[in-house]
Ligand binder design. Structure first.
Ligand code: ADE
Length: 257
């Protein structure tokens, strides 16, 4: 899978994408990642990517031109520098023969990102994340979007952070990224419920015991306990999830325990 990002702070991705599972995915050649600097597509002396909003209001709005040009060039593998005032930072679209990218915009006005969307998006060959900053993005730029996503009902200062959340949730679902033991099939949200509590050694920690059933070796009993705990926890913490539960698929998901 190819994942690219377009933002005014491309370095924000460096440490995250070079650690842990994101690094492992690249080392195993399951993921090719590249972050582009949107300022390379500006065409003014100040390399500005934003302007004051029409109709007034606080803050600045990201302008259409650099976004349209950058998305076009990156998707078509065009290597011509756009900014006549500044030297091209040695940055060239890296994928000249890649398939069409799906364009993802991160915005608090997008649809809520979910596990189901992560499953759908991890089937894509190539994703380009466009990260907004400041007060927002000129509405006309959204016509480029295949996905407009929000990661929650709060406003971040940076679309970079939101896109890292989405990228992480997608990349861990690519076949081969997680080890065989780290499976994604019984975790929270896959069955529509929150995951049952987990424990590891020691069996007793300063007087706090692991539930006995988990030490019993009785797989049928353990499966039953996990389903009950999942339901109980979901009822307590996220009763809204129970509205959409399909009991048949719940049973199928838990049959694999
Ligand atoms: N940019 C700022 N806030 C955001 C949010 N909640 N989700 C996605 N992108 C954002």
């Amino acid at each position: 899978m190819i994942i690219e990002t377009l933002s005014t702070f491309p370095d924000m991705f460096t440490s995250y994408m070079n650690a842990s599972m994101m690094k492992r995915a690249q080392d195993k050649h399951l993921l090719s990642f590249h972050s582009y600097n949107l300022r390379n597509w500006t065409n003014d002396k100040h390399r500005s990517t934003d302007d004051t909003p029409y109709g007034g209001g606080p803050g600045l709005v990201m302008t259409c031109q650099p976004i349209f040009d950058a998305v076009h060039d990156i998707c078509h593998g065009i290597c011509t520098p756009r900014n006549p005032y500044y030297a091209w930072e040695g940055e060239k679209p890296v994928h000249t023969n890649a398939s069409d990218a799906k364009i993802v915009f991160l915005t608090p006005t997008g649809v809520p990102f979910s596990d189901a969307l992560a499953c759908e998006m991890c089937q894509c060959e190539r994703l380009l994340f466009v990260c907004g900053h400041y007060e927002g993005i000129d509405e006309r730029a959204f016509e480029l979007a295949d996905y407009q996503l929000s990661i929650g009902d709060y406003v971040l200062t940076s679309g970079e952070l939101a896109s890292m959340v989405v990228i992480d949730a997608i990349v861990r679902k690519i076949d081969g990224v997680l080890g065989a033991d780290d499976g994604v099939c019984d975790e929270s949200f896959v069955s529509g419920l929150l995951e049952a509590p987990q424990y590891t050694r020691p069996a007793v920690y300063e007087g706090r015991s692991v539930p006995e059933v988990l030490l019993s070796g009785d797989h049928a009993k353990i499966k039953d306990w996990k389903i009950r705990k999942s339901l109980q926890r979901t009822l307590e913490k996220r009763p809204d999830l129970l509205d959409d539960i399909n009991l048949e698929s719940l049973d199928a998901a838990h049959r694999n325990y």
